[in-house]
Design a binder for this molecule. Sequence first.
Ligand SMILES: [Mg+2]
Length: 394
Amino acid sequence: MKIVDVKCHVLLDPDYNIGATSSAQDDIVVEIITDEGLIGIGESDVNPWIARACIEAPGTHTMGRGITELLIGRDPLDVEAIWEELYVGTAMNGRRGAVIHAIGAVDMALHDLRGKALGKPCHQLLGGAVRDRVTPYASLQPDQSSFDSYKASLVEWALKAQGLGFVAAKLEVTLAGAYAHLGLNAEVERMAEVIEAVRGAVGPDMTLMVDAQYSFTDADSCLAAIREWEPYDVYFLETPLPSDDVEGYARLVAEQPIPIAQGEWLATRFEFEELLRRGAVSVVQPDIGRVGGLTEASRVVRAATDANVPVVPHIWKTGISIAAGIHLAATTESIPFLEFLPRDLSSSNLRRSLIVDDFTMDEGRLVVPSTPGLGIELDRDALERFATVVPNSA
Ligand SMILES: [Mg+2]
C-alpha cells in the first residue's frame, strides 16, 4: 500500500470572533489517501493556513524537506518510522512549533489509516487498552464579558455539567491579561470569588480544575492569590504563568500545595522532558496534535509515567482530536482525566458538526470506541461549508 495524496482542509467558523479565547473556531484537517482508496483523518490545534503551508511547502535540500513529498509513495503502515523521517527531514523548517504541530495532524491521520488498514482500533495498535471507559472533564468557558455575568454563567454551566453526569469540570477563569475571554477585565484576586461560587453550588464531590490561561505576571503574585484557595479543593491550576517562565513554574510547584498543570502549547516530548527534569510541572497536558501526533503523545505519556506525573491531555478542537485522546487514554492508567465537551455544551460550530456521530457517555465515563482507526466519520457537508469561509481582512 502506498500514499498517493495528502489533502489539507483549512476550516473556519463563519461566526468566529477574534476577541474570543477559543482556538476551536478554525481547524486544519488532513486527509491521507492511499492507492487502495483508504483515507486517514487527522487535525491539529494550530493556525490552519500556517499548518497547510508547513505540509505543502516543497523542500529544497536534505535538511529542509517537504512533508507532502516525504509522504507520497510511502507505505503508510510504518507510522513511527515516518514520524522520524518527517522530524529529521524537516529539521531546518522548524524542529519545534508549527511544523511539529502540522506533523501532529499528519501522524494522527496515519494512525487512523493504519487502524483502518488492519481493521483494529488505534488503542490496540498503541499497545492495547487497559480499560474500556475513560473519564472526561467538562471545560467550561461561558461567552460573557462582565465579571458578574461570567461568574453566574460558570455556576450555571458547572451545574449543567454535573447534571449530565460529569464528575469533573475545569473553570476557565481568565480575568485579565492578553487572553482574557471576550474582553473580560477584573483583578486576578477575584478568581477566588468565582471558584468559591462554583464550589458552593456543585458541592464537595465534584473534581474542580482551574485554568488561568497565563493571567498572572509572575510567581509572587500567583502565590499570593492562590494561598486563599485551599478551602476550594482545586485539583490543579493550569497555566498560571507565561509559558517561558520555567523558573516561576518550578517555584509554584515547590512552594504551594495545588498541583500545577501545563504543556498545551508544547511541541515534542523533549519539551516535556525538560519541564519534568526542572520540576516545573505537576500534571502534563500535551495537546495530541500540537505535540506531534499520537506517536509523540504516547512518548510524553511514557516520560510522565516514569516521572510519576499524571497526564491530562488538552483537547479543544473537534471530535477528531477527542477520538485521538480517548484512544490514548484507553492505553494507560496515567491519564486520570481528559478534556471533553459534549456537543450541547460546546459553543464551537466546528466541534458540533465536523464529525457525524458524537461520543457515548455512560455514567460520567466515555466509552472507548472499538471500530477500526480513530472510529470517527467526517461530515463531508460540514467540511465543505467551513472550507469556503474567508476571514475578514479588516
Ligand atoms: Mg488551557
